[in-house]
Write a protein that binds this ligand. Structure first.
Ligand SMILES: [Fe+2]
Length: 297
């Protein structure tokens, strides 16, 4: 079993180098497998949420008129991600430090999740594969913040058949993997390097109506593949066993929700998942109490 160690990169700067920064901006920590990990020597405070790319992501997601994003909106989301400040989403460090604590694990960080959309970050160690899966009637983006991902996508043409849509390795100049409702909706991801990926899915997965299914493909001829679901396959079980959660450490979720509450009618419900347990305790549960009747139906 791996020894849990604090990564070298997490050593805090000496006090004399912290001049001009408040404690909050220099002492960020995150939780991983129940442990506090000092995260970073922050070179600067968080951007104001109002000015951040994260705010632009949420503005776009709350202003869309359909459950999914149009091609134009996907392009807009892509452009926003191109300017994403890694610090603002808690990803300033190369993710390698995670695997010193928990080797060979796919690490997920929830920033926001509702029925309408989800915003997450996931970290894949080099050579790890996310098996072929679908995104039923969903759109979104996987934007590579660190590393490089090979993704292979398929378009379903019949219930048991698909054609190869795309096979690409991301580069620093091409970091976006777009998810469309039909074209290339199935994909598999392979980490070419230790990688961190910012992910938006809209609408979000839903066990009742939009469950995630895994597949295996068998080559038929040319770009045609036979498709079969393999949700019970040992591979999927192994993949799920190798996932862990990392607490979000970017721009405070309270800032995100203050913005959401001041600009939209959206109010968190029991279906909402927020990154910060503290925030859930103080705000969401209160909201659920106030609106309990609405949440029962
Ligand atoms: Fe996916």
């Amino acid at each position: 079993m791996a020894t849990e160690t604090v990564p070298e990169e997490a050593v805090l700067l000496p006090p004399e180098e912290l001049k001009g920064y408040n404690n909050e901006s220099t002492m960020r920590t995150t939780k991983f497998k129940g442990n506090d990990i000092p995260l970073t020597l922050v070179a600067k405070p968080f951007a104001d949420f109002e000015d951040s790319c994260l705010r632009k992501v949420f503005s776009l997601l709350f202003s869309k008129h359909n459950p999914h994003l149009t091609d134009l909106e996907l392009q807009e989301l892509h452009l926003i991600c191109e300017n994403m400040d890694l610090e603002d989403v808690g990803c300033a460090l190369n993710p390698q430090y995670l695997w010193a604590v928990m080797p060979d694990t796919c690490v997920w960080t929830n920033i926001f999740e509702s029925n309408e959309f989800s915003v997450n970050i996931f970290h894949l160690p080099k050579d790890m594969i996310i098996p072929i899966h679908d995104h039923p009637d969903m759109t979104g983006i996987n934007f590579v913040l660190h590393g490089s991902i090979e993704y292979t996508s398929y378009t379903v043409t019949k219930p048991d058949e698909a054609v190869l849509c795309n096979r690409v390795v991301t580069t620093p100049d091409m970091r976006a993997i777009l998810t469309h409702k039909k074209e290339g909706n199935l994909h598999t991801l392979l980490a070419f390097e230790d990688s961190s990926v910012f992910q938006v899915l809209t609408p979000s997965y839903n066990d009742e109506h939009r469950a995630c299914s895994f597949y295996s493909v068998t080559h038929i001829e040319a770009d045609r593949y036979h498709l079969s679901q393999n949700n019970d396959d040992e591979t999927i079980g192994n993949y799920n066993c190798r996932c862990a959660n990392l607490e979000y450490s970017g721009i405070p979720v309270s800032d995100i929700f203050s913005y959401i509450e001041s600009t939209t009618d959206y109010r968190p419900t029991a279906d909402s998942v927020l990154a910060k347990a503290k925030y859930i305790d103080s705000v969401v549960e209160k909201d659920i109490r106030f609106n309990g009747a609405d949440n029962q139906g």
